[in-house]
Design a protein. Structure first.
Length: 84
């Protein structure tokens, strides 16, 4: 089981923080699905797409992703262009 999400996945979820949204859609290969299955939040065998309706738990996921991204952003580097 993969316990790490991709930067793109975190950015997509974090983008919802502070916005007007009703659900989070996780596509079939989203790494968060495996974590949600493992914790019993979604049924075993679920593979997406999955819509997580907005509630306190899902708001916590969004806020956590936003906080993780804010904390990590200063440490991220942008690769130099290939022709540099």
């Amino acid at each position: 089981m993969n316990e790490n999400g991709t930067l793109e996945e975190v950015q997509q979820i974090a983008a919802l923080d502070g916005g007007d949204w009703t659900a989070v859609r996780l596509v079939s290969d989203h790494t968060l699905i495996a974590q949600l299955v493992d914790s019993g939040v979604v049924p075993n065998g679920a593979d997406g797409p999955i819509d997580l309706d907005r509630d306190a738990f899902v708001e916590g996921i969004v806020m956590g992703a936003a906080q993780a991204l804010r904390s990590a952003t200063p440490h991220l580097t942008t690769p130099a262009p290939a022709n540099a």
